[in-house]
Design a protein around this ligand. Structure first.
Ligand SMILES: *[C@@H]1O[C@H](CO)[C@@H](O)[C@H](O)[C@H]1NC(C)=O
Ligand SMILES: *[C@@H]1O[C@H](CO)[C@@H](O)[C@H](O)[C@H]1NC(C)=O
Length: 163
């Protein structure tokens, strides 16, 4: 790498670190409900623009059922099909997020689950807000930015072979 590239990487890492540090600890400023509403509205502009914000149909197929009916949306036609469920956290903004869960341990090939392949979860990083009561005033809130890994899909991989 050239010096310029190295410097860019370094500055990028610092920015990222700054973000993480303020998310993890940082200031614990208490805000009132109208200030909270504003933070939440601003957040929802970001959230609405993400592809994760869509509410997805939930169903409860088993791997064997999925194997016989590989039609419809990508999560149904995938060799490693998945389902969606709602992850609920009242202290998080947004409180409800669709999470993906793999239906099979193996992958579906020739209409059967084949265990010489593995279904693995694919994650996407999402910025969220964490809301807690203000220690000095229960009418107010402390709001902190954080990052979570949202399971969004499954993919079919060759197992890690031990040599
Ligand atoms: C919330 O705090 C802001 C800034 O301190 C203030 O202007 C506003 O009047 C407060 N709102 C309520 C509902 O207490
Ligand atoms: C986000 O989307 C929801 C539901 O579609 C809508 O009610 C809300 O007004 C949107 N918020 C913003 C800030 O765009």
């Amino acid at each position: 790498m050239t010096r310029a590239v190295l410097q860019t990487v370094f500055v990028g890492a610092l920015l990222l670190l700054g973000e993480r540090t303020s998310a993890a600890g940082g200031k614990r400023r208490c805000i009132n409900s109208s200030q909270l509403d504003r933070r939440v509205r601003q957040y929802y502009e970001y959230w609405n623009a993400t592809s994760i914000s869509k509410v997805l149909a939930q169903d409860a197929r088993t791997c064997a059922q999925a194997a016989t009916d590989m039609q419809g949306n990508v999560e149904r036609r995938s060799l490693s099909p998945w389902k969606h469920y709602i992850d609920h956290d009242v202290n998080r903004i947004p409180p409800k997020i669709s999470f993906a869960k793999c239906l099979c341990r193996g992958c579906i090939l020739r209409k059967k689950e084949q265990n010489d392949y593995n279904s693995v979860t694919v994650f996407s990083e999402l910025m969220v807000l964490k809301k807690t009561p203000c220690p000095s005033d229960p009418q107010q809130y402390v709001v902190r930015k954080g990052y979570i890994q949202v399971p969004v899909a499954c993919t079919c991989v060759v197992p890690k072979y031990v040599k």
